[in-house]
Write a protein that binds this ligand. Sequence first.
Ligand code: FAD
Length: 391
Amino acid sequence: GEPIIAADKCIGCVKCVKACPAGALEMFYTPEELAIIASFEKHGGEEADDEELERRRRISAYKGVWVFIEQNDGEAAKVSWELTGVGRELADKLGVPLSAVIIGSGIQPLADLAFSYGADQAYLINDPVFRQYRTEPFLEAMCYLIGKHKPEVVLMGATGMGRDLAGAVATRVKTGLTADCTGLGIDEKGNLMQTRPAFGGNIMATIMCDRFRPQMATVRPHVMPMPAQRAGATGILIKESCPVSEASIFTRVLEVITEKGGKEKVDVAGAEFIVSGGRGLMAKENFAMLEELADELGGVVGGSRSAVDAGWLPQDRQVGQTGKTVRPKIYIACGISGAIQHLVGMQDSDVIIAINRDAEAPIFEVATFGIVGDLFEVIPALTAGIRNVKG
Ligand code: FAD
């Protein structure tokens, strides 16, 4: 029979047409309704209210990729150039300029370095108030530059300074920040894809910040490769000033004390050769064996978290998600199983040599060369072999 339509309830969703098993229903529209449907489809099926349109307009005003150049006494942190390398790729994909942001005192030479590492332009704020890093003046300067020039992407190193500044800036400019990214890319809509380990490293999550600008990310040192330097490259220098009065800053740097430690202080993250030990080493004294091998190579000793937790190594030697990210020429993993949290910290090493008595250990999946055997036999033999070669 005739279907009964409750005109006050029908919203014209057409679900009934699709649901009718006999295909007996049809929907007719008035010309006014057809006009509304056409306009809706023209907007890609998304209902764009005034607020949404305003948001899209605001976002489209942000253009360009920025890298914050971290420096100490005019010497740039290497991670800044690693980020310039990845920033170049992002900027090329987006078809926008790559800018270096250099804030400090007497730091103009860094602009030429930034150009040589791929930046098209450099924003420079040069003022004695920025001589040493302090959160407040750097926050003011960054927010001033972001407000004025509106970048779509801002990258910083996940160092002490970068972590401090990025969090403060993101909060002030009311945008999102993804910390410790291990991968950065651009999706088909031109948004930044920020990939990082999540849930204790068990999954890789790609995080988007598509409703706010700028999109901010920090990346740890040694995660991105160092780009090749282009000698003699030039760029546009944009001198800016952001007056911050010393009186308005709560913190004063009274003295700079260089970290002591001399030979004791080992920089695992910057080493070219690393011999790492894990739980398979069994005891603290067995690390002497690794020291010997590392000495032959001119390298340093690192370790897994298990080795650090056991008190066999200081925490600053830990490699992995909660330790250092390393990228040496050769990484020798001894008695390390290869848990994902360890792998994320060393898998980009040029050559990985794994020594493990368990042939199924996951470390062999990332190893360039794998030695299945007892490390107490293999390591001394390896050290002796290298000594022989060296004569
Ligand atoms: P095990 O997994 O116990 O492996 C020991 C290996 O030694 C085994 O494969 C065994 O076959 C081998 N072995 C034993 N005896 C010998 C022998 N005589 N000769 C040869 N091989 C031998 N881990 C890190 O390393 N870095 C991190 O930053 C880190 N962060 C973490 C963060 C979170 C949130 C969590 C949950 C875990 C984290 N971990 C980290 C811990 C990680 O999950 C592993 O527990 C740890 O890496 C295991 O250390 P291991 O490989 O030394 O020990």
